[in-house]
Structures are given as structure tokens and as C-alpha cells.
Design a protein around this ligand. Structure first.
Ligand code: ADP
Length: 402
């Protein structure tokens, strides 16, 4: 029997999954990937093979609403039907917040689960959804090993100073500090840099994870020394619908002068701001690019996005004491050549020059000259979860599969 594991990434109304073969001593191999979306409403299920061909689809109409539990049990049943020669040995979960305690993946038991639930106030919009499938699996598949892999853990290598807010000591004692997110993505990029250029793996590299969520990470020797997200996934760059860094005074204004409830203010900052808020049009970079020539607000949203990225890179260059390489990744970073060109253009002062034709074909190396290099590297957060889950299971994996 080949041991397999499921990697789960649960959101409020979606459940993304990937299934990996875990051949002994080799890199986990993707077998299937898929998505349940529209949970709680008109839900759809799609599953594809590793090459992206659709293998199966289902949908649930009105009156037969399914949630996370039904979708998870549907997935387990689908797997049993299709798994020939494979045996499910574990489930790895993306969990946004590991707090100050977890600097790596952890096998979940009741104590760990309670510790992770205590972190809900630090990531109220993500953590509960990430933990829900863990609870469901504990109830419906008792004994199934589950590993929590955190977006925060990779950033535990930051110095104390890099994580400190200039707030009274008691705030730090309550866990109010900079954590950083997108760590699974940065972990993957750090792990693969040596394949692109061994000097980068040991050098000073800034990674720009530009997707719906967006952040930057400064790597030295493949370890995070600073990042743009902080206490929450709201901080740093403007994102699809999130504001990025705003003066904390704006929040008092919203509460006191505009009489918004904390929930309404939170909703505005998380879901109505960023590219969507500034453009009034869309959170989707493709839509903004298509409309930028005729819609001044779409153009401004893109300009602000580029301006903030370029400024924040400047800050991270200072934190690193220089820059050897810049890496673009995630939806916008991997696919939007114009964003890459505009960012690199603003970094000529740091010795970065674009190779336009390489940029047009996504490189992977998109810089010219002998200065700092610039790269496009597709991220793979699910593979990191698969690797981490296996590393936590260790020797027990073979026993579980037999
Ligand atoms: P998430 O954070 O949800 O995983 P992704 O990494 O998938 O997000 O990134 C989504 C973003 O990538 C959207 O703004 C989308 O417009 C952008 N994107 C995807 N493909 C392209 C493309 N071909 N050109 C420009 N932007 C793109």
C-alpha cells in the first residue's frame, strides 16, 4: 500500500484539498487536487489530476446544502472509491496562526487543539475555519493523525526587535506583537532557491508573495528576518480586499466619528478595502489591468499597489543591509508581467534591472546584468504542508500504511 495524505486548506465557505502519495524517502507526489466551494449555499465539488485535467465534478442545489462536515466526508468517500493500492495515513492542515508557541508543525491532540482555539482572537476571520475540519476529523475519523502547519511559524526566526510594537509591556505579554504570515509560501521558496541559484539560498533575498493576500519577506540564509504582515494578516501591503498598513488613528475615527461597530470596521478593512476599495471596481488584478486605460480609479489602485510594494521593499533592503535577489510569487507575482516590471523599475537604485523579454515569459530569471537578480518562482504551499506533515509523522508513517 502506498501511504497517502490529504492536505486541507479550509476557508469560510470553501475547502481546498490536495492528495499526495508519500513514497519512502522521496518528495511527496501530488495525485489529486480539488475544491469544494459555495459551502452553505449552492456548493460545487471539482477534482483534478496532477496535470490539471478535471476528473470529477458534483454540485448541490437548493434544499441540499452542505457544509464543511458533509464536504469532508464526501471527500473521504471519494478517496475510498478511487484510491486503489493507497491508504490514507494522515491529514495535514493549513492553520493560519500558531501564536508564539509553535515554531513548526505539530501533531494535533486535544491540548494542542485547545491552544490553537485560544488563538482565535488573533485571527478571528481565518483561524476558526482552519480548525473546524480538525474537530470534524477527530469526531468522524477518530485516530486519524492530524498535523497543523502554520502560516506564522516560518517567521519565528525574526529577532525580538523585529517583532516588537512600541506599546506598553503588558500588550506584549498579551501576545500583541508582529508575527507574520504566508510562511508556508516563504518556506517553499526558501527551500527551492538553491535550485535557481545557490548564492541566493545563502544570500539576502526579498520574496514578494503577491496574491489576493500580499506580503513581503526578507530572507537571510533562507530564514525570515522581517516581513510586512504583523499582528494580523491586515498589515503591510494593500491586498485584493484588505487595506494593508493604515494609521491606527483611522480606526478610532471609524469607531468614534463614523459610529461603526468594531465588526463593521473590521469588515471594511478586511473585505472592502485594498484594490477593491481604491478602484471601486474589483479585487482582481486582471480586471484592473484591463480597465486601467479608461478607468482612473483602477489605474490609481494599481499605482498605489506598486508604490507600496516598492517602498516596503526599500525598508526590507535596509533590514537586510542590501539585496542579492528579489523573487516574485503567487497569483499576481507569477502572472502579471506589468506588476513585476513596474516594481523592478522602481528599484533601479538598488541595482535591479529588468530583462523585458524574460519577464514576458516569466523567466524564471527576469533580470539582466550582473547586479542583484530577479526571479519568478511559482509557490507551492500544499507541498510544504505535505513535507511538514510527513516530518512530524516520521517513522510512524510506514507503520500506519502497513
Ligand atoms: P490567493 O491569495 O487567493 O491564493 P492567488 O495567489 O491565486 O490568490 O492570486 C490571485 C490574484 O492573482 C488576483 O488578483 C488575480 O487577478 C491575480 N492573477 C491571476 N492570474 C493573473 C494573470 N494572468 N494576470 C494578472 N493577474 C493575475
Amino acid at each position: 500500500m502506498t501511504p497517502v495524505l490529504i492536505v486541507l486548506n479550509a476557508g469560510s465557505s470553501s475547502l481546498k484539498f490536495q492528495v499526495f502519495d508519500m513514497p519512502d524517502g522521496e518528495e511527496p507526489q501530488l495525485v489529486w487536487r480539488g475544491l469544494y466551494e459555495g459551502l452553505g449555499g449552492d456548493a460545487r465539488f471539482t477534482v483534478k489530476d496532477a496535470s490539471g485535467s478535471i476528473l470529477d465534478e458534483s454540485s448541490w442545489g437548493q434544499g441540499e446544502e452542505i457544509g464543511h462536515e458533509e464536504s469532508l466526508m464526501h471527500l473521504i468517500a471519494w478517496l475510498r472509491e478511487h484510491q486503489e493500492g493507497r491508504k490514507l495515513v494522515a491529514i495535514g492542515h493549513r492553520v493560519v496562526h500558531g501564536g508564539a508557541t509553535y515554531s513548526g508543525p505539530v501533531l494535533v491532540d486535544e491540548t494542542v487543539l485547545q491552544a490553537l482555539e485560544a488563538l482565535v482572537p488573533l485571527a478571528p476571520l481565518h483561524q476558526p475555519h482552519n480548525l473546524e475540519p480538525i474537530r470534524i476529523v477527530r469526531r468522524r475519523l477518530p485516530g486519524m493523525p492530524q498535523v497543523a502547519c502554520f502560516d506564522t511559524a516560518f517567521h519565528q526566526t525574526q529577532s525580538d526587535i523585529a517583532t516588537l510594537f512600541a506599546l506598553p509591556r503588558e500588550m506584549r505579554d498579551r501576545g500583541v506583537r508582529r508575527y507574520g504570515f504566508h510562511g508556508l509560501s516563504y518556506d517553499y521558496i526558501a527551500s527551492i532557491l538553491k535550485d535557481y541559484d545557490p548564492r541566493l539560498a545563502e544570500g539576502r533575498v526579498i520574496v514578494a508573495h503577491l496574491g489576493n493576500g500580499a506580503s513581503l519577506c526578507a530572507l537571510r540564509n533562507g530564514r525570515s528576518i522581517a516581513t510586512t504582515m504583523g499582528f494580523s494578516a491586515l498589515d503591510g501591503l494593500p491586498m485584493g480586499t484588505r487595506c494593508g498598513a493604515v494609521d491606527a488613528g483611522v480606526i478610532f475615527f471609524m469607531l468614534r466619528e463614523m459610529k461603526l461597530s468594531p465588526e463593521a470596521a473590521e469588515r471594511m478593512l478586511y473585505t472592502k478595502s485594498g484594490l477593491l476599495g481604491v478602484s471601486g471596481l474589483s479585487n482582481d488584478m486582471r480586471v484592473l489591468r484591463t480597465n486601467a486605460a479608461t478607468n482612473p480609479d483602477a489605474k490609481r489602485a494599481i499605482e498605489l499597489f506598486i508604490y507600496r510594494i516598492t517602498r516596503e521593499i526599500g525598508s526590507l533592503v535596509a533590514a537586510l543591509g542590501g539585496i542579492d535577489g528579489l523573487v516574485f510569487t503567487a497569483g499576481i507575482g507569477e502572472n502579471d508581467a506589468a506588476t513585476r516590471a513596474e516594481v523592478v523599475d522602481g528599484l533601479a537604485w538598488a541595482g535591479l534591472t529588468l530583462d523585458e523579454s524574460a519577464n514576458g515569459t516569466a523567466g524564471p530569471r527576469i533580470s539582466s546584468g550582473s547586479g542583484s537578480s530577479v526571479w519568478v518562482v511559482p509557490t507551492n504551499e500544499e507541498l510544504v504542508i505535505a513535507r511538514q506533515t510527513r516530518s512530524v509523522l516520521g517513522d510512524t508513517q510506514a507503520r500506519l500504511a502497513s
